[in-house]
Design a protein around this ligand. Sequence first.
Ligand SMILES: [Zn+2]
Ligand SMILES: [Zn+2]
Length: 186
Amino acid sequence: MHNTPDNYDPPQRPDWDEYFLMLAKLAATRSTCLAFPVGAVIAKNRQVLATGYNGSPSGSAHCISQGFCYPGLSSCDASKTLPSRAVHAEANAIAKAARHGISTDGASIYVTLEPCIYCLKLVIATGIREIFYETSFNSGEKAALRDTFISEGIVEFKQIQLSENTAKKAALFLLHPTSVLKDSIS
Ligand SMILES: [Zn+2]
Ligand SMILES: [Zn+2]
């Protein structure tokens, strides 16, 4: 039997919340809307069920390809009257699960942005009970409605961030070939 050396410092691994948040961030890199990138991951029992990012519905022109969300409008969020062309990341992840017959009941969702009220209601309606988010979004009466849902016990919110260690490790993994012997990365 071998004992762990006294001076051994094990490599740090991301915890599960960081792991799924990182996957949500990676999903956000596929965003096709000019407003801002958002990514979502639905997970249950430490297993990814579906992922999504914000963008126009599959088959419709992408905002980033057109160079505008609407002609003369730089972002889907820049108008008070025109509806956003984007399906939000959470809705896309839920739609993906629906298309593939995957139950989201009792699952958690990880999002880079707190769900808007419409997505929040959809998330709750699909049986997701836990929302992990990176950046806050709702304010005023929308935040009040969110807080009502929380106080009714039908959903839980937790704001999370990647630790600096995890973010640095992920950046190294992304910037270099990942599965090579340590000595060959200089
Ligand atoms: Zn857009
Ligand atoms: Zn939304």
